[in-house]
Design a protein. Sequence first.
Length: 140
Amino acid sequence: MDKYSCLDINGGSIFSGCDIQVFANAHLSIGKCSMNRNVQILCMNEITIGDGCLISRDVVIRDNDGGHSILSDSYKKTSPVHIGNHVWIGQGAIIMKGVTIGDGAIIGAKSFVATNVKPNSLVMCDPSRTFAKDQEWKDN
């Protein structure tokens, strides 16, 4: 954690080996969820993760491009990431800056998510595509 950063963790479980970085003036909020080994979260601005989420191994969630800039007036280095409640993110998925994932969504393993995901949708592949809508899942 960097100076003037904020980390809110509201219960749940975070397994060992996770790499969570919160940079200066950034805010990371993690609801009551389960985060498996080797999850990487890089927060330079704002990331929120809702309650009841399952985040599998090797998932990357970032709200930035790693400190690099494209020389263009329209380029944004960071953009908030919002992950709703009861979202299941499969192993090795990558969630990029500016993405909102709606409640109840399922992100398939190894998906590269660079656009918003509607609630209760199943997205998978690289780049991710919506394969089904109005899906539900439960934690065994």
